[in-house]
Design a protein around this ligand. Structure first.
Ligand code: ZN
Length: 233
């Protein structure tokens, strides 16, 4: 696929992606351009399911939303997305009872590959009031991984002086989650990397709510994703 983003994709962005709808007209144009570029450089393959325009659009949007403020960002660590119809397990099996995984960034032999459940990809954009978006979550792991470690400390986004405050913030918030005293998805208490992915989903899905409930966390994520600069451009 080359050239302009097909018209159908533009309509799908309008119908499904709140982040896109909130952009100014010139920014919308940039967003479309970057989704198009992403889709021309990363292959999306259906495994036991058909890849439709809506899936390509939403995968592309999930990739661009978190790094939209970084015009030169390339996902050099991703070559292909495998789309599974439903959830799968750690062995990539789609059948059986134990298959709770909705998305995954591959390592080892699966390096440079992301797996997403088609159902979860669509669900991430259809529910406008939850704080969850599976595909976005997986792209956050990829962004985290660009410095070599998926450890919740995205050195490419985080200026050095903010690393320690960020780590302290992670630990403070994980404590609150474990005390059942937080509205952050409890999966975020798994480790630092999952915390970063989970709060980033919250940040992009429900920014106003996060700003109210977690102002410090909001400010830090705003710095990382340079969302403050973007809104003034
Ligand atoms: Zn995760």
């Amino acid at each position: 696929m080359a050239g302009e983003l097909p018209g159908a994709y533009k309509i799908l962005l309008q119908q499904n992606v709140i982040f896109y709808n909130k952009l100014s007209e010139p920014q919308k144009f940039q967003f479309e351009d970057r989704v198009q570029h992403f889709l021309s450089s990363v292959k999306i393959t259906g495994v036991g399911t058909e890849v439709e325009d809506i899936d390509r659009t939403l995968a592309g949007a999930s990739a661009i939303i978190p790094i939209f403020a970084f015009p030169d960002w390339e996902y050099n660590n991703l070559h292909e997305i495998l789309l599974y119809p439903e959830t799968f397990n750690e062995q990539f099996e789609q059948t059986g009872n134990d298959r709770p995984v909705m998305g995954m960034v591959g390592s080892g032999a699966m390096n440079h590959i992301m797996i997403l459940s088609k159902h979860a990809l669509r669900e991430g954009f259809s529910n406008k009031t939850d704080k969850n978006n599976t595909a976005l979550h997986e792209f956050i792991h990829l962004i985290d991984k660009t410095d070599g470690d998926t450890d919740g400390i995205p050195e490419t986004l985080l200026q050095h002086q903010y690393v320690l405050p960020w780590v302290n913030m992670i630990h403070k918030n994980i404590k609150e989650i474990l005390k059942d005293n937080s509205d952050i998805n409890p999966y975020g208490a798994t480790n630092q990397a999952e915390f970063f992915a989970v709060v980033s989903e919250y940040f992009f899905e429900r920014p106003d709510l996060m700003r109210r409930k977690h102002p410090e966390l909001y400010d830090m994520l705003e710095k990382m994703f340079r969302k403050d600069e973007m809104s003034h451009s």
